[in-house]
Every structure is written in C-alpha cells, then in structure tokens.
Design a protein around this ligand. Structure first.
Ligand SMILES: [Zn+2]
Ligand SMILES: [Zn+2]
Length: 644
C-alpha cells in the first residue's frame, strides 16, 4: 500500500520556456537542480505537440507520440525498459544556472506521475544517464561522494549516492540531503518553485457502465445541468424489471421507467437519470461499518453500534484484496472519521491473507492439460491419457485453475467422504496463510481419522452412559492419570492454537495425538466408575475440540454421548493448569560415585538449577566438609555426580 500511495515530498519548480510560457516539474531531488541539463516530457504531455510546432520537427515528434501511445506502460518502471525519445526542437531555461535545456519527449516519462515533466539530471539519475549517453547530452556532476572524485567525462553510470554539492554556486560544500531543503527554500523565496507533496495514487473513476451496482444519484436537466437527487429521495433503487441484452450493455440505459425523471431543482419533467452505477469497491469500502446497524434508519451508521463492534478484530481475505480493497476501506474510514461518524482511525485490527489451493498438473502431449479423471493409472505407475493412450507428463504443483485442469470437484468428494472430511483435510494440510497442496491421500487420511474417532466413541458410548466426566487427576494413577493429563494438555494446546494464531493444523494434530493415546491404553481399562468418568471427560473433550473443524460429525458424536443440541452451543472446554503441571522430580546426588543425598526439585528446573541445589544441599555440604569440588556432572536431570 505504501508503494501504491507513493507519497513523496518535494518541490514544484517552474522552468521558463525560451519561447515564452513555462513548464512545471515535480522533483524530490531539488539538490540536483544545478545538474539538470535537459527536460523530459511524457509523450502524452499536451506541450509536446505545441512545442514542436514550427520547429520543423512536428512530423517526427507526432509519429513518436503516436507510437508511444500504444506502448505498454506497466513495464516502464523496469530497468531494462528501452529509453528512447525525440527532441521537440524547443528549449527551456534552468532557473538557477540559466542554461538552455533541450526539451525531449521521452518514453520513460509518465504522464500520470507528478506533472508529466521531468527535469533530467544525467549525472545522478540512471535513466537520465542512459538517455543522455544515447543522445549525446551534457552531464554535469553536482554531488561529489566523500573521498572520491567523479569525472563527468569518464563516468559509466549515474552516481545516485549521497555526498556534498559542487558546481552549485552558493550551495557548494553543503551535504546533499541538507541541500534538498535549502534549495527548496531558496526557490520558494525567489518565486521559482513551491514545496509540495506528491502522490502516485490517482483520482478514482467510480462510474461503471453495468447494471450491478449502486445507481449514481444524479439527474441531467437541460436548464440546471448536472443535479444531485434530493436527499429525501435517496437511495435510488436499482429497478428489477430489466432485460439483459446480448450486447453486454447495461440494461438501465434503455429502461425508460428508470431513466425518465424530473429535475430535483426546477421540476422540469423531461430529464434523464444517470444510468452509470458505482464501482462495487465503493460499497465494499464501508459495508462492515454499516453491518453494525443494517436496519438503522436515522443515518448512515448507528454511533452506538459502531462504537461497540468496530474496528474489525480480524480480517481474512485473499492477497488480491491487500492492495485496492483494503486501501479504499482505510480511506473511507478516514473520511468517516473526519465526518465524525466513527472514532477510530483504522477499520481493521489484524489481517490474515490465506494461501491458495494448489495441485499437480497433468499434460498429455496430444491433448494438452487433462483432468485427473481423463488419466488412466497403470500398475507400474505410468499414467496414460484416456483419450489417446499417450503417456501423460506430471507437471509442477500449481494454483488450481480451470485452464490448467488441475481442479477437484468438491461436490464429488463431499458425496464420497462428507463435508467434514474435506474441511478437516484443508485445515490440517497447511497453516491458513500458506498455500495448500492438494493430496488425495491426505483426504483419505482425514476420512480415516474421523472413522477412528467415530468407532472410539461408539465403542465407549454404552459404558460411559450415565457417568459424569471426571477432570481431576488427583487420586488417579497410571494410564488414567496420563489420559487425564493428556486431555488437559490437548485442551490447552488447541485453545491456544486456534485463538488468534490460527494454527489449525497443529491444533488438529494434537487432537489426533489424544485419540491415539486413548486407543493405546484402551486394552488396559476396566469398566469401573472412575475409569468411565475419566474416559467420558476425554471423549467429550475430543468431540468439543473437533467441533469447530468438523461440526456435523461432532454433533452426531455429541448426541451419541447422551447430549442434546449442537456442540457449537456448548461451552468451550477448559483446562486446569494444576492437572498439566509436571510432578516434582527426585534427584539423586553422588559424591565420588557413592549416593550421599536425595532432594526434589520442580520438573522444569534446568541443569544449572539442579547443580546449585545439589551443592547447597545440607547433607552434601557437611559431607564435603569444605573440600574443594573439582567437577559436577548433571545426568538427565536425575543424577548429580560430584567429584571432590
Ligand atoms: Zn432543472
Ligand atoms: Zn491425449
């Protein structure tokens, strides 16, 4: 967005034309003004044709301009863009040196940037340098780097770094960064220029010649001109009785019941309504603000609701929204704030741009890209085209697109596996901000996991019926204790992964681990009440944690566990920190190979802590009796070996 807005502070400098009149240029590099030796105009600049008139160059200039009109403007910024131009035959005067500067129409000058005119400083701008070399134009060095002397005659490229000014009259010896301000001040004082801020961003034409969009509320009256629709008549509603033609034109144009209207000012009944509609970006720039109070009648936004809901906590969108839509939305919010309708400066607190779904491409030498179901897989892993029998080449993994035919039909997969399987696969295959590589095996794996969960709940459903979940590991031992602890750990991990971090893939994998744990200890479990209660706690947690990812199967399983209603209305499970904490650890202390003491220490204590605890242990101190310690070794946080 920063590049897009392209804010730059600089100076507008007026260059008088030799023949009278002037050209204004915008530059951020006023410090190089004394090195400006020629002028480049965008071919579209209105002065180009005017200046060449009567110089004998008209025809030449006209054909160049004609050719440039058709150039690809998006490549102009690239370094290898061909710099070419044509002399207009006219000159302007450098306002500080008095030099006569030839004026060129140049391919790399952009009508849309600044004023469409560029003062060219070949010694200090690479594009100007290349242009000057090509057309044999004067180079004057005005910035000298420290500890180096640049010879304008032998330089092979422009010097674009910092330095001190030379050949710049009273500014000689000044650092160039400082000189930018000093020369700007000087020009302002002399009435030859004006400090200003320039933007790359252009005005935004919001009118579209299509049906789908908000009508622009304007009426054309032959007496009053362009007149806005009266406020009490807003909004102008899009008519529904339209006929779409095959010419692609907006049907509004030919719909007389819509276009014919009277003048809001003089009442003239024979007026025409505007048929252009607004660019949909206009609405998408503030819908989230209106959504806070969609039925509010007394204004654009209900201040109370906006205050409560906005700004948006989390914006999720494709990268294609990151520039235009989000920029417009921020701009609208600024305007709304200036109008006093909202109080916050930015509409969105956080942005997540999700990755794309990618898949390998398949290409038949005869038929080009082919769909996966047009490919026959042989036993020896060779793949052939169903249509012609040629061998199919497996290409790069690319963003799914219809033209590359590397797409999957979600409807088919949903019929085969159910929507939950697809959701689980997509969420598990990659973190949301990364691209996701589609894998049929991955889909199969997600399906198998859900079946595993299903069987687990089914197998225990009867045994745990009527028991209450037990989530306190106090008094539990062995497998039951570890199942309880693992469940709390999983709740903690999933909660943290989902909340704000969107690490859905790691959240799902920890639920898978818990399910594996439950399968692993299943054989050892009896059917006593305590066991059933712990199992119930674990199973209910699995189902609730899976709820956001696979809501359909989670609801079914929740019911199997004897509940009514959807898991999405059930409170999110909570973990107990005390159930997760590791037990204190027992450490044995040996001196010269013999056990002399034992102590317990927190499970998360590091080697250094264990070592100092061992050395300050009372029994060890008295045993050592002041003997110097030669060496201390901590083994696996369980044993401390002291050599004395
Ligand atoms: Zn009128
Ligand atoms: Zn083929």
């Amino acid at each position: 967005q920063k590049n897009w807005i392209g804010k730059s502070s600089g100076v507008e400098i007026r260059f008088l034309l030799e023949k009278g009149g002037s050209i204004t240029v915008f530059t951020t590099r006023a410090d190089t003004l004394f090195g400006a030796t020629f002028m480049s105009l965008a071919p579209e600049h209105p002065l180009v044709t005017e200046l060449s008139a009567g110089t004998g160059k008209e025809a030449h200039v006209r054909s160049f301009v004609e050719r440039m009109r058709r150039r690809n403007k998006s490549s102009i910024q690239s370094d290898d863009y061909v710099k070419e131009g044509v002399f207009t035959g006219a000159y302007c005067i450098n306002p500080v040196t008095g030099w006569k500067m030839p004026i060129f129409a140049a391919s790399f000058a952009l009508a849309a940037y600044g004023t469409g005119a560029v003062m060219a400083v070949p010694a200090h701008d690479q594009r100007d340098f290349e242009f000057a070399v090509k057309y044999g134009l004067k180079r004057v060095v005005v910035i000298q780097p420290a500890n180096e002397t640049i010879d304008p005659g032998s330089m092979t490229e422009a010097y674009t770094g910092d330095g001190v000014l030379m050949n710049s009259q009273m500014f000689d010896g000044m650092e160039n960064i400082k000189a930018q301000g000093a020369i700007a001040d000087y020009l302002e004082k002399e009435g030859k220029g004006r400090k200003t801020v320039n933007y790359r961003l252009r005005d935004w034409g919001i009118s579209r010649q299509r049906y789908w969009g908000a009508p622009i509320p304007v009426v054309y009256c032959k007496d009053c001109g362009v007149v806005p629709v009266r406020e009490e008549d807003l909004p102008v509603i899009l008519p529904e009785d339209v006929e779409f033609g095959e010419d692609g034109k907006s049907p509004l144009v030919s719909l007389e019941s819509f276009t014919k209207t009277s003048c809001p000012v003089c009442g003239n009944p024979d007026c025409k309504r505007e048929t252009d509609t607004m660019d949909t970006f206009v609405e998408s720039s503030w819908y989230f603000e209106r959504y806070c109070s969609p039925r509010y009648e007394n204004g654009m936004l209900d201040p109370e609701c906006v205050k409560y809901w906005m700004p948006v906590d989390q914006y999720i969108g494709g990268i294609e929204h990151a520039i235009l839509h989000l920029l417009y939305a921020r701009y609208f919010t600024r305007v709304l704030r200036e109008l006093g309708l909202v109080e916050y400066p930015e509409p969105f607190d956080r942005l997540l741009t999700q990755g794309m779904v990618c898949k390998e491409t398949l290409r038949c030498p005869e038929h080009g890209f082919v769909f996966p179901d047009q490919v026959l897989s042989g036993a020896d892993e060779t793949r052939t085209c169903r249509l012609c029998g040629e061998k199919v080449v497996c290409g790069r993994i690319e963003k799914m697109s219809k033209s590359k035919k590397n797409v999957v039909d979600p409807a088919l997969l949903i019929r085969k596996y159910g929507a939950d399987t697809l959701r689980l696969f997509c969420l598990f295959a990659a973190p949301p901000e990364r691209d996701l590589d589609w894998s049929d095996q991955g889909v199969e794996g997600a399906y198998r996991f859900l079946n595993r969960v299903w069987r687990l709940v089914r197998d225990y459903a009867d045994a745990v019926a009527g028991t209450a979940p037990l989530d306190d590991k106090e008094n539990l031992t062995g497998d039951l204790q570890s199942v309880c602890k693992k469940t709390h750990e999983t709740i903690k991990k999933v909660t943290r992964d989902i909340d704000g971090r969107f690490h859905f893939n790691t959240a799902i994998s920890s639920i898978m681990e818990l399910v594996n744990t439950l399968y692993g200890v299943r054989e050892n479990f009896g059917s006593d009440a305590v066991t059933c209660s712990v199992i119930r706690f674990a199973l209910e947690s699995v189902v609730l944690l899976l709820g956001p990812f696979v809501p359909h199967i989670a609801d079914e399983l929740w019911e199997k566990l004897g509940h009514k209603g959807s898991v999405l209305t059930v409170k999110w499970p909570e973990y107990r920190e005390d159930a997760i904490r590791e037990e204190d650890r027992l450490v044995v202390v040996q001196v010269n190979g013999k056990v002399r003491s034992r102590f317990t220490i927190a499970a998360d204590a590091g080697d250094e802590q264990i070592e100092s605890a061992a050395l300050s242990n009372e029994r060890i101190i008295s045993y050592l009796g002041g003997r110097p310690v030669k060496k201390v070794i901590v083994v696996k946080k369980k044993l401390v070996n002291i050599v004395a």
